[in-house]
Design a protein around this ligand. Structure first.
Ligand code: DQA
Length: 158
């Protein structure tokens, strides 16, 4: 067991309709519930030395508030903005404004789906995007975040 006080904090933020995971279009999004996914993210994070906190909202403004509030306490964000990915300049601006490393994730491969899902506002502010691997998209994003933060801190010490 790693002492969480010494771990870097990451916020995993899920947007609209992701509270329905497990029952929502399981052929696309899988059978894992949001609570199970959040538990998995905590475990994956802990193994990487990251203290993961999770939040979900169906409301754009609450997602903006969550990003702003996490600014003081977190080192980075993993964001699945759901449908707001494709519509929300407010979330793009929040991520740019808070200026913490952000990785965009999607359970599904948004580029293999309807045209309107191909464009992401979030991607413009993200250090990278992981899409199409189901819940593994979050595991891969946490791994990428751990590497990004450790290379950023070793560069800072160089
Ligand atoms: C999603 C993809 C979005 O297009 C969709 O609106 C979602 C989920 C995904 O994780 O695959 O709600 O972000």
């Amino acid at each position: 067991m790693v002492n969480s006080a010494s771990m870097t904090s990451i916020l995993v933020l899920n947007g609209p309709n992701l509270n329905l995971l497990g029952t929502r279009e399981p052929d696309i999004y899988g059978a894992t519930t949001l609570a199970e996914l959040e538990e998995l993210c905590s475990g994956w994070g802990e193994a990487l030395g990251l203290a993961v906190s999770c939040a979900q909202s169906n409301h754009e403004g609450e997602l903006v508030d969550a990003l702003q509030a996490a600014r003081a306490t977190h080192a980075g964000f993993i964001v699945n903005a759901g449908a707001f990915t494709h519509t929300s300049i407010a979330l793009l601006d929040a991520i740019r404004g808070v200026a913490l490393p952000t990785i965009e994730v999607h359970l599904s491969n948004i580029h293999g789906r309807e045209e309107f899902r191909h464009h992401s506002y979030i991607a413009q502010a993200a250090i990278g995007v992981v899409a199409g691997f189901g819940i593994d998209s979050y595991r891969l994003a946490l791994e990428a975040m751990a590497r990004h933060l450790s290379s950023a801190s070793s560069n800072a010490g160089a």
